[in-house]
Write a protein that binds this ligand. Sequence first.
Ligand SMILES: [Zn+2]
Length: 210
Amino acid sequence: MNDETLLLLANRAWAAQLKDERPDFFERQAAEQKPNFLWIGCSDSRVAPDQITNSPPGVMSIHRNVANLVYEEDENLMAVLQVALEKTKVRHIILCGHLGCGGVEHGLKQDAEGALGHWVRCVGDLADRHADELRSLPDAERLDRLVELNVREQLERLSRTAAVQAAFRRGQPLTLHGWIYDLRDGTLNPLAEISGAPEPTVLSAEAVPA
Ligand SMILES: [Zn+2]
């Protein structure tokens, strides 16, 4: 049997089982989508967002690219963001990196050519900015530290996109989460968070405790 035939057979079994458990599931799915989450993650085959969070269809919109990068000139991601923030109005965006990321490793080593090398250029820039710290680490820890730095960096870049800034200005409930997935034990670990902060309060002199 062909590899892809196995996928189709598995799909039929999945749909039949779900229909059996929740007879109105597909009818409701066909009517509308109301996801609560947008997931921006790496395209690595091992980091399957809905499976690792046990989420059925309809819970999260998903955008994946090599090394979970945010470029404001990336029309693909910007279109996904626009739908998520203006149409479906997700309340959470999860930007998820993972330990042992091959895309981040190419950025660290700056050894990829062609489209891949061009794509991970911002990871190379990030590695250059943290060169002293990265050089001081044992080889085994260097990549995973850059994976963390990359999640923080991409979360910042995400927060500065026009779409996210507009959602914050509208006062739309929205939190950006930076998470790391550990391939070794299957756990997701929160690293950073950004919310649409209200205008900073100016404290009067009397309000400041002595
Ligand atoms: Zn990856």
